[in-house]
Design a protein around this ligand. Structure first.
Ligand code: ADP
Length: 604
């Protein structure tokens, strides 16, 4: 900030949009301003403690001699004629060791640090380093003087908690560079650890680098072909039966969870973050009510990690409440994605949960409105669809230059007003993602958790990953899953019929179908998040239970009457539920298995 100079002045202020008038240089040319550049508005009227404030803003639109910028702060007291300084760079995050375990706001200000220094709210116009600049990390180089590196190539590593954090050559490096100096030892993130010579220029490389959030980290690497994108090949196992068996999410894939309030969205998200087979979890809590965000940041750090240690050790949280400026809310998702991409580039499996993308889209709508852009459906900008698509496209599977495969799985939640799925954000999202886990208030009301409605949910990955399923769960797996899904559908339609006609109005055969479907729902789809065993079911166990259950449900039986049908399936359901609560190989587990086998011979 110190070496920047005044190159523009404030011309108008409309909420958090500031129009600036660009000044001309000695030759009479306008100073160049580009879209997405970060500028600082410096109000003439000084801040509380007579401090000169620098209000961070991002240029959204450039016209001849003028530009509109969204300010990430409250614009109170900004006046026409106030000076504007340009930074010459785009809205960026700092990437390096020390990100894990942090709770940030949308602009990567560490909230804990702010709270300890300034109380809960960051005074306006103050910026805090995204990663601790004092902490030392033991850097171990893997390159030597004379080695050749390209953008994104690993030059060494440090131990960040339980992770080997790879330090990579700058992602914007052009072509090949030669290492001319490298040092091993304990340094702060800003200390140079290597020097490389690229196109005749010496570049110092430290453990941190800055990257513009609106450009995917892998973009230059894919362009230069040092990284490659692959199609997702395997499911991201979550240990939630309903997801893994019926509506899988691919590792490196995309999914959407809509949640009417109280349908169990928070519990489901925390289950997915805790039990999914991923290395790192990034949570963007964007624009929720302050209370919910506080819940996330107070609960999360205390959660135990099934892999040992605390979950927070491998988590980064970005949060903005709806009371924070709209622009910061809009930026938070990009900050989260960029950090996720960074860890993916090292070869990690990363899960990003964006909650909620509706609030992000609303922030976009507000900004677009203030810019007086031509509105599309429901006053959302006409580019809503492409913005949503571009967001989800940042998920995926990437192979880096060293042959390491990293994945970024993106699960976004949407919160359609009044549960109306027809609204544009939900519609665009559904066109983009490949798994839809439709939480239903009705199921939550019946306490059928996870309250994902199997009749409205879908996943394209069952087919797309068919090779994986065939190899790992058998040739018939997908067919069997579909068969069980059909059973649910048929059971539901019998239930609807019975609501009109009563039990007497349906045939014995339909009555059996109804009970089979109920049994499948209760013992397999429903899973108790508050039981130590049932909370998480390995894929191996899922397969075993699924096959056992399917076997029990496909048998043709000679029931004498409906009473016998009901009793049989109630017994079966109860045995399977007990089985779900028993640890594998425990005496209980064996006992219930035997009883299930016995029950199978009933009414043969
Ligand atoms: P939302 O975030 O959609 O408002 P929550 O996730 O907070 O809803 O869930 C509301 C309540 O529902 C929880 O407090 C819990 O009692 C119950 N619940 C939600 N999901 C489950 C689950 N998988 N197993 C058991 N109970 C659940």
């Amino acid at each position: 900030m110190t070496d920047s100079k005044v190159t523009a002045r404030v011309k108008g202020v409309r909420d958090d949009i500031v129009t600036i008038e660009v000044l001309t240089d000695a030759e009479g040319n306008y100073y160049p301003v580009v879209k997405n550049e970060v500028i600082h508005i410096c109000p003439t009227r000084l801040g509380l403690d007579d401090r000169q404030e620098f209000l961070k803003a991002e240029v959204l639109r450039v016209r001849h001699g003028e530009a509109d910028a969204q300010v990430f702060e409250n614009t109170r007291g900004v006046a026409i004629g106030d000076s504007v300084e340009q930074t010459g760079h785009m809205l960026s995050v700092t990437l390096g060791p020390g990100l894990l375990g942090q709770v940030y706001d949308g602009l990567q200000n560490p909230l804990e640090l702010i709270a300890s220094q300034h109380g809960f709210f960051l005074p306006r116009g103050l910026e805090v380093d995204g990663i601790d600049q004092q902490q030392h990390w033991a850097f171990v180089p893997i390159v030597k003087v004379g080695s050749t590196v390209c953008a994104g190539d690993v030059i060494g590593s440090v131990q960040e908690g339980r992770f080997k954090h790879k330090i990579m050559a700058p992602f914007n490096l052009l072509g090949e560079a030669e290492v001319t100096w490298v040092q091993e030892g304990s340094f702060s993130v800003s200390t140079p650890v290597a020097r490389i010579r690229s196109n005749g220029e010496d570049i110092e490389v430290s453990m941190q680098q800055s990257w513009p959030v609106r450009i995917p980290v892998c973009e230059p690497l894919l362009r230069s072909r040092s990284s490659q994108r692959h199609f997702p090949k395997e499911p991201l196992l979550t240990s939630i039966r309903l997801i893994d068996t019926f509506f899988p999410i691919a590792r490196g894939g995309t999914a959407c969870i809509p949640g009417p309030f109280g349908a169990g969205k928070t519990v489901l998200q925390s289950l997915i973050s805790r039990f999914s087979e991923v290395d790192i979890v990034v949570i963007v809590a964007c624009g929720e009510r302050a209370g919910e965000v506080v819940e996330t940041i107070t609960e999360f750090p205390n959660m135990p990690d099934p892999k040992g240690g605390a979950l927070m050790d491998r988590t980064v949280i970005i949060c903005n409440t709806s009371s924070m400026p709209v622009a910061a809310r809009e930026a938070s998702i990009y900050t989260g994605i960029t950090i996720s991409e960074y860890y993916r580039q090292m070869g990690n499996n990363v899960l990003l949960i964006a909650d909620s993308t509706s609030r992000w889209a609303q922030a976009m709508r507000e900004t677009s409105g203030r810019l007086e852009e031509i509105p599309g459906e429901d006053a959302f900008p006409a580019y809503l669809d492409s913005s949503i698509r571009a967001l989800y496209e940042r998920a995926g599977l990437i192979e880096n230059n060293h042959g390491d495969m990293g994945s970024l799985t993106l699960i976004g939640t949407v919160s359609p007003a009044g549960g109306n799925f027809e609204e544009p954000v939900t519609q665009s999202t559904l066109r983009t993602v490949k798994t839809f886990l439709g939480l239903s208030a009705e199921r939550a009301y019946k306490r059928a958790y996870p309250a994902v409605d199997p009749l409205i949910s879908w996943s394209r990955y069952l087919e797309q990953l068919s090779e994986w399923y065939q190899e790992n769960l058998g040739e018939d797996w997908i067919g069997q899953v579909k068969e069980m899904h059909t059973l649910l559908r048929r059971s539901e339609s019998v239930q609807q019929m019975m609501q009109v006609t009563g039990e007497e109005g349906v045939t014995l055969e339909d009555y059996i179908t109804y009970h089979k479907g109920m049994c499948l729902d209760q013992v397999y789809l429903q899973q108790d998040a508050f039981d130590d065993v049932d909370v998480s079911t390995s894929m191996e166990r899922q397969q075993r239970i699924f096959e056992l259950l399917r076997d029990a449900l496909s048998q043709q039986k000679n029931f004498p009457n409906k009473e016998a049908v009901r009793e049989h399936y109630i017994k079966l359901t109860s045995l399977f539920r007990n089985l779900n609560y028993s640890r594998e190989k425990s005496p209980d587990f064996k006992l219930y298995m035997t009883e299930i086998q016995h029950l199978k011979t009933e009414f043969d």
